[in-house]
Design a protein around this ligand. Structure first.
Ligand SMILES: NC(=O)c1ccc[n+]([C@@H]2O[C@H](COP(=O)([O-])OP(=O)(O)OC[C@H]3O[C@@H](n4cnc5c(N)ncnc54)[C@H](OP(=O)(O)O)[C@@H]3O)[C@@H](O)[C@H]2O)c1
Length: 217
């Protein structure tokens, strides 16, 4: 059975880690400290296949690792996780480089959009890790249950390593995604991260969180 590390104790880390346990994986939820209350409460609910630890412990534990941390701290999380612990592993990056400022609409962080992205920055920081960007374009409940958006939506992925992308595609299928487009190398993380402002505007207009994109072709 594959072991999976999940960085993040927020709603996304929780949704992904829970689904992975349901699918039969052994999962370690990582955070800054080994005794994070949210992580401990999650593990208690999930049973024997769930454990908790620091970002570094979760990185060392997983054959595959999910990054479900706040976009503006994701690079700091990678530092704490440690390059060596992630060497030759797949890191699935679902984070978004969003900047929240009072009185302003959320925006993509300067320097991490258009000609760069968070996915690429993580790949640059972890040159020996296979970073795959995906799932960042939908709500976390839709991430792990594609049909929750009410249709056969499209999921996008980007990454440099073909074998890693094939493994991630299998996981996406286990999450219910049937229509998956491989956009190409990790520079295409720019495109999916730049879809966030669209998602946020649609959410603002419809107040519906379980929405997703369909690439009709
Ligand atoms: N909400 C959604 O449905 C959705 C959909 C698509 C994409 N996303 C993206 O998914 C990511 C996770 O979102 P979320 O709302 O679940 O969680 P979040 O609140 O954005 O992030 C939680 C994680 O960030 C870590 N963190 C916070 N400050 C830190 C710091 N200074 N240094 C190191 N780590 C720090 C926390 O560590 P501790 O555990 O130690 O507290 C925690 O594990 C975000 O990038 C978001 O944009 C969210």
């Amino acid at each position: 059975m594959k072991k999976i590390g999940v960085f993040g104790t927020g709603m996304v880390g929780n949704a992904i880690a829970t689904k992975l346990v349901q699918l039969g994986y052994e999962v370690m939820m990582g955070s800054r400290t080994p005794d994070n209350e949210k992580a401990l409460a999650w593990a208690k609910q999930q049973g024997n296949n769930a454990s908790t630890g620091t970002f570094a412990s979760a990185a060392a534990f997983g054959d595959i690792v999910f990054n479900c941390t706040q976009g503006d701290v994701s690079l700091e999380v990678m530092k704490q996780a440690g390059n060596e612990n992630l060497r030759n592993k797949i890191l699935i990056d679902v984070s978004n480089p969003l900047l929240f400022e009072p009185g302003k609409r959320p925006a993509l962080m300067p320097g991490l959009c258009n000609t760069n992205s968070l996915g690429e920055s993580i790949q640059q920081f972890l040159p020996d890790t296979h970073v795959v960007k995906t799932l960042n374009i939908v709500n976390c409940e839709v991430m792990v249950n594609a049909s929750k958006c009410g249709g056969d939506a499209t999921m996008l992925l980007a990454g440099n390593n073909t074998t890693a992308k094939a493994s991630v595609t299998e996981l996406l299928q286990q999450f219910g995604w049937n229509d998956i487009i491989d956009m190409g190398d990790i520079t295409h993380a720019r495109s999916s991260e730049m879809m966030l402002p669209v998602w946020l505007s649609v959410y603002g207009a419809t107040k519906k969180g379980f929405v997703a994109f369909k690439m009709v072709r």
